[in-house]
Design a protein around this ligand. Structure first.
Ligand code: C5P
Length: 293
């Protein structure tokens, strides 16, 4: 068995609608997700027994509290053979930003292990495993853009849009997802906007990018005026559309071209924020690693 290295990209929620609270405490979502080229690097090497995790820099725990660790455990349990892995995560995706870094790392670990062991698990079993790890994990086996429903585990691929430049910006403390969903007024069930469902049914991902919306912005911005100000700042720079990804604390702002995205990231960093110029991805490196051809 050879070691494998897989890029684990971040995601943004171009649209995030919360349809309602479920009996199991989760929320039914209707969300359009797109991968971007801000990536962690995940290396998995074979080991006789046990999981060994190294995180560089050490921004998240390296034990069973880490989803990547649990992904490796779950893989060997499902495969039904003894084995182990030495995993190294090179973290670039900020933690607690709503960018899905932890979920992406976990999916990359599953992909690497499946490739290293001669692909014993089908796509369906990998997706089942992924859904058991976290609501966002199955999306990271999609083709790069998808509509997710249910608690996030139901993934319908959308055609990836032509590459678009954007800036990701982050300020202050992370936002807890459970807290943000919990702040939404209970109320009845919502339906997704018909213009979104029509664009999704027609596979018009680029049109969906222009319809950016996030149901959690109102409650998050109420508690976090710094994030509301960051959105206003991105709008003033000329970014469009601008929105929160997941429940934050990162925001995305689309740029007309590379130069603008770069200039905005430089300006935001100069103001002591964190920012990255990046591009939407046309292909998902995790899917390519797990199921080539
Ligand atoms: O599934 P995951 O562990 O990623 O979710 C983290 C938390 O976010 C859940 O415990 C739940 O409180 C909230 N959540 C939710 N509805 C979803 C996804 C997450 O309420 N669809």
């Amino acid at each position: 068995m050879q070691a494998r290295t897989v890029s684990a990209p971040a995601k943004i929620n171009v649209i995030l609608e919360v349809l309602g609270r479920r009996a199991d405490g989760y929320h039914d979502l209707w969300s359009v997700l797109v991968l971007v080229d801000l990536c962690d690097t995940v290396t998995v090497a074979p080991r006789k027994r046990g999981i060994l995790l190294t995180v560089r820099p050490p921004v998240v725990p390296a034990g069973p509290g880490n989803l990547a660790f649990r992904a490796a455990e779950a893989f060997f349990e499902t495969w039904g053979r003894p084995g182990g892995a030495a995993i190294t995560l090179r973290k670039r995706i900020p933690v607690g930003g709503g960018l899905g870094g932890g979920s992406s790392d976990a999916a990359a670990v599953l992909a690497a292990l499946n490739a290293m062991t001669g692909r014993p698990l089908t796509r369906e079993r990998l997706l089942d495993l992924a859904a058991g790890l976290g609501s966002d994990v199955p999306f990271f086996f999609s083709g790069g853009a998808a509509l997710i429903t249910g608690r996030g585990e139901q993934v319908a691929d959308l055609p990836p849009p032509p590459p678009r430049w954007l800036v990701l910006a982050l300020a202050g403390e992370p936002v807890s997802t459970a807290w943000a969903y919990g702040q939404l007024p209970p109320g009845g069930r919502r339906l997704p906007d018909p213009t979104w469902t029509a664009a999704a049914a027609a596979g018009q991902t680029e049109r969906l990018l222009g319809m950016a919306f996030n149901r959690t912005e109102e409650v998050v911005f109420k508690a976090r005026p710094d994030l509301a100000a960051l959105k206003a700042h991105l709008v003033a720079l000329g970014a469009a559309p601008v929105g929160l990804t997941g429940t934050g604390a990162a925001l995305f702002g689309f740029a007309p071209e590379r130069g603008a995205a770069r200039a905005w990231s430089v300006a935001l960093k100069a103001e002591k924020g964190q920012a990255w110029a990046c591009r939407t991805l046309r292909e998902n490196p995790i899917r390519a690693a797990a199921l080539p051809g």
